[in-house]
Write a protein that binds this ligand. Sequence first.
Ligand SMILES: O=c1cc[nH]c(=O)[nH]1
Length: 158
Amino acid sequence: MDDDKFFAIALEEAKKGFHDGGVPIGAVLVSKDGQILGKGCNKRVQEGSVTKHGEMSALEASSPGTSLPPPAAVYKGATMYSTLLPCVMCTGACLLYGIGRVVYGSGADQNLKFDTVKILESYGVETVCVGNRESEEMMARWVRENPERYGREPWAEG
Ligand SMILES: O=c1cc[nH]c(=O)[nH]1
């Protein structure tokens, strides 16, 4: 799997979100045979959503939006690329859909209330931190410039 190539796509999604004033976190979901199933960015600001994290947007984009979503087999062994370590909600979605790898830019050192690396790995999901400075700086800038919005994150409210 070409982690650099797919992480770059997640980073582009994060930049689009940032450009729109949103939380700059992007994600792309790639099947085990290298097909992009869906991609997207965090839509908390753009849609006032409480669930559309980058990873959830990517997962949501993998469905054609009809009453018949893709079969579960499509997701088995897929890789979720995210510019930030998935939170516990997105981790749950990854586990539910049988995603086999999570590749993220940064965040393992942030206090997101739950140790999601530990949770993912305890269920046999491989986690890889590619360490991306650009996404880290973009996120830090967004947090600095949007203290009130960041304060609404469930982990920030205590
Ligand atoms: O807070 C988070 C964590 C991961 N991905 C998101 O979109 N938001």
